[in-house]
Write a protein that binds this ligand. Structure first.
Ligand code: ZN
Length: 271
């Protein structure tokens, strides 16, 4: 069952990982995230795979975390025994932990993004080395409205620069594919009906390069970011993120300050 949530295919030394929950705009529940991580690991370890492509089935890349199924309730038999410790442990493993692990996968990766990429969706796209966006793609992190300062993996400042990072966090507004390309967050913007072919063409081109050279090129860039403090900063901001959950817990007894029915309506309206 869980396997169906994520599809895995290899052709021309390119592994294609597909988020396959289109009826929920690829919202991420624990089973989907665990299947996704297993697919990343499989691609990383398969000597026949040179490049990893991550895509989403359906109209949208990912609407973010599935708030019905996350944050530890599954470990307590569905009972909502919220504690900051439980939230921290869940998010350390499945959110920031998985995202950093995928970012550090030695093989080059490309995210192909169409439709919405909301909040937790960024935790799937940003760890990829390259991003190809359809011209209808929109990226947003509107979690300030829920009393949280930003999603778990703080790529914002690194990807967008400080001014735009603050603007989208303060306002919750989405940036377009073209706007994301202009600031360097996205490599290429293509018409929606060319997203698959353009991503594939790029992946196949990269896959022809020597494995070791690709690995060293990726490491050179990531190591440069790490010397500037990338991983340390992401981990530190994750603790700030958890302060948001902690505050919501004390105010509302729930990890976010919003009612879920209202938010599902908002997401549906944007779909
Ligand atoms: Zn969180």
């Amino acid at each position: 069952m869980s396997d169906d949530l994520v599809l895995y295919d290899v052709a021309d030394r390119v592994a294609t990982i597909t988020l396959n929950r289109p009826e929920a705009a690829n919202a991420q529940n624990p089973a989907l995230l665990d299947a996704l991580d297993a697919a990343w690991t499989r691609a990383g370890e398969d000597p026949g795979v040179q490049v990893i492509v991550l895509r989403g089935a359906g109209k949208h890349f990912s609407a973010g975390h599935d708030l019905k199924g996350g944050d530890g309730t599954e470990d307590s038999g569905g009972e909502q025994k919220w504690t900051v410790e439980r939230i921290y442990e869940y998010e350390t493993r499945r959110y920031i932990g998985y995202s950093l692990k995928w970012r550090n996968n030695p093989k080059p990766s490309i995210a192909a993004v169409q439709g919405v990429c909301i909040a937790g969706g960024l935790l799937l796209a940003w760890p990829c080395d390259l991003i190809v966006a359809a011209d209808n793609a929109k990226f947003s992190d509107p979690v300030a409205a829920m009393g949280i300062g930003g999603v778990e993996y703080h790529g914002h400042t690194w990807e967008l620069g400080a001014r735009l990072a603050k603007e989208i966090l303060f306002t919750g507004r989405a940036i377009t594919a073209e706007e994301a390309r202009a600031v360097g967050m996205v490599n290429r913007v293509v018409p929606l009906d060319e997203l698959e072919s353009a991503t594939r063409e790029l992946a196949v081109q990269i896959a022809k390069q020597p494995t070791w050279a690709l690995r060293m090129a990726k490491r050179a860039v990531n190591q440069t970011l790490d010397v500037q403090g990338f991983t340390t900063a992401v981990q530190a901001v994750f603790d700030i993120h958890t302060l948001g959950h902690g505050n919501a817990m004390t105010v509302a007894g729930y990890p976010i300050l919003v009612d879920l029915e209202h938010m599902k309506g908002e997401i549906a309206a944007k779909s």
